[in-house]
Ligand binder design. Structure first.
Ligand SMILES: Nc1ncnc2c1ncn2[C@@H]1O[C@H](COP(=O)(O)OP(=O)(O)OP(=O)(O)O)[C@@H](O)[C@H]1O
Length: 338
């Protein structure tokens, strides 16, 4: 089990939260947003999140973390209980904003007996998009070949593609996609991932939610992790990996108390914890040789010394482990000026 000190490291890399809103550089600005549903569930709790224009942001959290509620608030389907949201510089749900945002939040409703193309024609009319847009988006999502087949004959992955095609009809500068790979088999996931990669090009901003880290890790510029409605981490995949996985050394030394004291004296060692008779040392792994020398010179036997590397998946699971509730330190830091 990871120590609070490690979590603090991660939190320190997290987005600072509270700064002033409304800046052209940001496609999405969420400031101190809380959503309490009638009945008392707090789905989103003082959330701060900013998505830069042109960025592909992975919005990650386990089931029930508050991702869908956040996305629904971004397009004006749900009103926040408190806090402030700007999407493309405007409050959510205004006509000007909706014209530039493509969203796939709930399973899109298509007519089963109509073809993909006819369904999109209807959607285009509803969205005020030109008929020519239909063929463009069908090609964009790779459905041109099956455009004339009835929707009911589509695989789950094709249905998702059609949903994305509908979201693209308005040539949106911002795409909001809620778990677009949910329920797909590995081949379907990989297909959609490829598609998302292309959608993220051309300066389009994409906000993409998932509860599976591996899905967003490879295609997103940045990952924001939400848990219990709060932002618990925010950074590039490398930053998250670095903050969580690479800053811990495992040392088996004897005597333990002397080793602990010796390591704590080093000014670049952030924390030393004894776990199962060994030391977990929060420090830059590049310090390994220096720390080894220091221990040996102090007459301490070093039986083992190695960096503890966690995969990003492990890091994510740990951050959002069900037993982790409260987390005043992490939430306080990521929450900025709360
Ligand atoms: N309309 C609603 N009324 C009451 N509670 C709700 C409503 N919608 C969501 N919730 C609750 O809010 C919390 C967050 O749900 P939300 O759907 O936003 O999370 P999520 O991260 O999208 O989860 P999932 O991955 O399962 O979709 C959950 O506890 C959920 O039960």
């Amino acid at each position: 089990m990871r120590k609070e000190s490690d979590r603090r490291d991660l939190a320190a890399t997290a987005y600072d939260g509270g700064a002033t809103l409304t800046n052209d550089r940001f496609a999405i600005e969420v400031h101190q947003v809380t959503k309490r549903y009638p009945g008392g569930v707090t789905a989103v709790d003082g959330l701060d999140l900013r998505v830069r224009a042109g960025e592909v942001l992975g919005f990650l959290g386990r089931n029930g973390a508050g991702k869908t509620t956040t996305m629904r608030m971004l397009v004006g389907l749900v009103r926040p209980t408190s806090g402030r949201i700007r999407v493309l510089g405007q409050p959510p749900g205004t006509p000007g904003q909706l014209a530039r945002v493509g969203a796939l939040i709930e399973s899109p409703a298509f007519y089963p007996h109509l073809s993909g193309r006819d369904n999109l024609r209807l959607a285009a009319r509803y969205a005020g998009a030109a008929d020519q847009a239909v063929d463009r988006v069908l090609a964009e999502v790779g459905l041109a070949d099956r455009a004339r087949s009835a929707f009911r004959t589509y695989s789950l992955g094709m249905k998702q593609r059609l949903g994305m095609a509908a979201a693209l009809l308005k040539e949106p500068s911002l795409l909001i996609l809620d778990e677009p790979t949910n329920g797909l088999d590995p081949a379907g996931v990989s297909d959609i991932r490829e598609l998302l990669r292309t959608l993220g090009r051309d300066g389009r901003t994409v906000l993409l939610s998932s509860h599976v880290l591996g899905e967003v890790e490879q295609i997103c510029d940045r990952i924001a992790v939400i848990d219990d409605g709060r932002l618990v981490a925010d950074g590039s995949p490398d930053e998250l990996r670095g903050a969580l996985g690479q800053g811990v050394l495992l040392i088996d030394a004897d005597p333990l108390d002397k080793a602990t004291a010796c390591l704590r004296e080093h000014d670049r060692v952030h924390a030393v914890d004894v776990v199962d008779g060994r030391l977990r040392v929060t420090a830059d792994p590049a310090l390994a040789a220096t720390l080894n020398r220091r221990l040996v010179e102090a007459g301490i036997d070093v039986r083992e010394l190695r960096p503890l590397r966690h995969s990003l998946e492990e890091a994510f699971l740990e951050l959002t482990a069900p037993e982790r509730t409260g987390r005043p330190e992490v939430a306080g830091r990521t929450g900025g000026d709360r």
